[in-house]
Design a binder for this molecule. Structure first.
Ligand SMILES: [Zn+2]
Length: 273
């Protein structure tokens, strides 16, 4: 077996592995905000309640094979399920291609898993579950000393220190913004869930990531917000979930934004001296 073929085979395995986690994410996104167990009972059709057989529950494949319908009652199955599985598979594959065989790969897979969950739950319910936000705090504080490479550090203490600084900058920065927002608009412009999430992202990715994520997410958020107001007639003050933009920006950071940001800072520094 030549090397290119073997690498392609591994990449395919990672894609399928990601699709399986995407399938589980669909369960989590539906059940966690409803405080139902994610393992029990087994998946069933929401309309006719028939248990879904294993061969009708194969990620991506079954949706296409069944033409987006329940085998028993013919009820239409939302494209959302397919999209979440495909998105998870693609993100897992991109992380694998970028980081390869390293401890960073499974950590970023975990991060992608949490962010997809937080994003879709935030879109549906305008909340980000503590399982995602505090989960990121715990993951950041626990994993950073063990894998200091997360913060480009070499020592246990260096990793832990970077995680703590990231947590403080992430949580503190957005909390300050939300306080200012409350003073200006006399209303909660931003949920506490966003503050907690950004703290977690800081703990996992460091304070520089926090600055990038806040800037990129605000830019994306105001762009989409303006579009919705102009084209769809949404009111200015309607609450728009911010979590998805934070998640998207974090994804951009992990998949290459970091290198761009550091190159930009070097360019700025070069211009100044
Ligand atoms: Zn059915």
């Amino acid at each position: 077996m030549n090397e290119a073929f073997f690498h392609g085979y591994l990449t395919f395995i990672v894609f399928a592995f990601g699709a399986c986690w995407g399938s589980f994410l669909n369960v989590c996104i539906w059940r966690i905000p409803r405080e139902e167990s994610v393992v029990h009972p087994r998946s069933h059709c929401p309309k006719c309640n028939t248990l879904i057989a294993w061969f009708d529950n194969i990620p991506l494949v079954s949706y296409l094979a069944l033409n987006a319908r329940c085998r028993h009652c013919g009820t239409h199955i939302s494209a959302r399920y397919f999209i979440v599985e495909l998105l998870t598979a693609i993100l897992f594959t991109l992380i694998w291609i970028k980081y390869g065989i390293s401890l960073l790969t499974p950590i970023y897979w975990l991060l992608a898993f949490g962010l997809i969950m937080g994003t879709f739950i935030d879109c549906d319910h305008l909340i980000i579950p503590d399982r995602v936000t505090f989960g990121a705090w715990v993951a950041g504080l626990l994993l950073s000393p063990l894998v200091p490479e997360l913060h480009d550090q070499q020592t246990v203490w260096g990793g832990l220190r970077s995680a703590l600084i990231g947590l403080a900058v992430g949580g503190g920065l957005l909390y300050a913004v939300s306080l200012i927002g409350r003073l200006i608009f006399r209303k909660d412009a931003m949920g506490l869930g966003d503050v907690k999430l950004l703290g977690g992202l800081g703990a996992l990715l460091g304070w520089q990531a926090v600055l990038f994520i806040v800037m990129a997410a605000s830019f994306l958020g105001s762009f989409v917000g303006l579009y919705l107001i102009i084209r769809r007639g949404r009111r200015w003050r309607s609450r728009i979930p911010f979590g998805p933009y934070l998640g998207l920006a974090a994804g951009v950071w992990v998949l290459g934004g970091k290198e761009l940001w550091l190159a930009y800072l070097r360019w700025l520094a070069g211009g100044m001296f």
